[in-house]
Ligand binder design. Sequence first.
Ligand code: G
Ligand code: G
Ligand code: MN
Ligand code: NA
Length: 254
Amino acid sequence: IQMSSLLRTALDQNLFSLVYQPILELNTMTVSGVEALIRLNDSDGRPVSPMVFIPYAEQHGYISSISEWVIKTAAQQTSDWRRLGFDNLRMSINLSGKCLTNSAVVNTLQKYVKACRLKPEAFDLEITETAIIEDLDLSLNILDELKALGFSISLDDFGSGYSSLTYLNKLPIDTLKIDREFISQIQNEEDELHLLSAIINLAHQLGLRVLAEGVETETQLNYLIRQGCDLAQGYYFCKPVPSEEAERFIASRG
Ligand code: G
Ligand code: G
Ligand code: MN
Ligand code: NA
């Protein structure tokens, strides 16, 4: 009940916010995009993790309203940044699996893409395997439709939980995001992490780009560059930060 009223108040009074974490293209070391992450504080001003309120919202009928708020806000920010001259910056949005069981999300995305005079190519939609498994056929249809419209699609948290290789071929994905659990195993540049190498090679053979999540050290970065990883994000570069701070980071890194 408390969570319900918190979410309802947040939706009514626009109390959610987005923070943005830069994503770097490793061959140029420039920022190619940002991942939008939702934030919410309770009535005492303490942060409530999305790992707590998103699952609640999924179960209690709030997720489509929250998703629409995220899509609208991220689209407006993308449009603002393009006007500032950040021309090719791509906005990554985390899509709840619940959204992929209702084709309304396609209309919502198109609506704000149009309203902000953007192209679907400006967006990357991050999905997780657990999300898709709920209703594979319907999710696949919706993802195929989004892909055909021009949205880019990433498979998030790859390697955590129930990763299944069969999805790699079935899903219309462009990018594989390797879970930070794998990246944290890189301790020395001489390490031989066979599973990590195999995932990167497999992804490349399937024509996918590879993004390393949770890069925290220079050692990890160098290792990933040597392994041919395409993109990276993590505290080593920049935490998820409010738009003004993200803007300064992007401007400084080109
Ligand atoms: O920033 P971090 O603690 O904040 O995010 C925790 C989890 O919440 C991550 O798994 C992330 O994918 C998820 N999350 C963050 N923002 C959003 C959002 O806007 N929508 C959805 N569905 N999940 C999000
Ligand atoms: O599940 P998803 O990948 O969408 O969520 C990303 C989560 O990882 C967010 O909670 C974000 O704040 C967190 N994060 C981003 N970069 C780092 C990092 O370098 N180290 C750690 N430990 N967490 C990170
Ligand atoms: Mn993500
Ligand atoms: Na992740």
